[in-house]
Design a protein around this ligand. Structure first.
Ligand code: NAD
Length: 243
């Protein structure tokens, strides 16, 4: 299959190039800052894969919608306006949109949803993530997903989130979800969800050791998305975890 890769010069872009080669897929077109994609390139590919910057995704989604090219989005940190433009494009084409393409994290998601439902609010939730010092957005897309799974399981919304604490913040409420983003070094991506009860604690952790896990998942998703009905699919659908 032919893939257009947006953000090919980046850390993930390079990992996708290697993963595509291993999977026998062809990176038929590459784009990045100063080397924009063309409509002809998008139209000539079986799927587009975006691991670039949040501002770049909506225009790619819109050209994919025009040319009927399926899209895999790995980029994170989109604003509500950018998300709305991508969602509008996904009415015309199939889009896989996941904050994390690794199998392990998708199983972590499932476990966190179960734990949040089984443990009541006497088990208070804190989400801690750590990434390399170059990461530009916080919290990570993976952490955002974990937070939304806890909110859904407990009937909460974003107002429950407490992003960092400093000063005289007072006692934490039972429903508060603490979110902490650590940055430094070369960490590929660690996520822990802590359920802290009276006298006991459940901690669910995933540690990514290599970008290959995301790249392999994204290339797999690119193969999967071709021929699907328009709409937005998560990695659960690609991996059959939602069956
Ligand atoms: P990076 O900074 O190493 O690479 C980003 C690349 O995108 C760079 O080459 C940059 O020049 C390019 N770029 C920036 N603006 C662009 C534009 N307007 N058009 C085209 N290209 C543009 O970052 P990275 O570590 O490779 O991560 C890229 C994105 O993927 C981030 O949003 C990151 O959070 C996300 N990510 C997602 C997953 C996942 O599994 N979903 C995993 C890792 C990283």
């Amino acid at each position: 299959m032919k893939i257009l890769l947006n953000g090919y010069k980046g850390r993930m872009g390079q990992a996708i190039v290697a993963a595509a080669e291993n999977a026998g897929a062809e990176i038929a077109a590459k784009s990045d800052v100063g080397e924009p994609w063309t409509r002809e390139q998008v139209a000539a590919c079986d799927a587009a894969v975006d691991f670039s910057f949040h501002e770049a995704t909506p225009a790619l989604a819109e050209i994919c919608a025009e040319t009927g090219t399926p899209l895999v989005i790995g980029t994170t940190g989109h604003t509500p306006e950018e998300r709305a433009r991508i969602e509008a494009a996904a009415k015309k084409i199939p889009v896989v949109w996941a904050g994390n393409y690794s199998v392990g994290v998708n199983v972590l998601n499932w476990l966190v949803g179960k734990a949040a439902a089984l443990l009541d609010s006497s088990f208070q939730v804190e989400v801690v993530e750590m990434h390399h010092r170059h990461k530009k957005d916080a919290p990570s897309g993976t952490a955002a997903k974990l937070i939304s799974l806890v909110e859904n399981a407990r009937g909460l919304d974003a107002s429950a989130e407490r992003h960092g604490r400093v000063g005289l913040v007072g006692e934490r409420s039972r429903d508060e979800i603490g979110v902490h983003s650590l940055r430094g070094g070369s960490v590929v991506g660690d996520h822990t969800v802590i359920f802290a009860g009276e006298g006991e604690r459940v901690e669910l952790t995933h540690k990514a050791e290599s970008r290959a896990i995301f790249a392999n998942g994204a290339v797999h998703a690119a193969g999967w998305v071709v021929g699907k009905a328009p709409g937005i699919y998560g990695m659960e659908a690609v991996l059959g975890l939602d069956a």
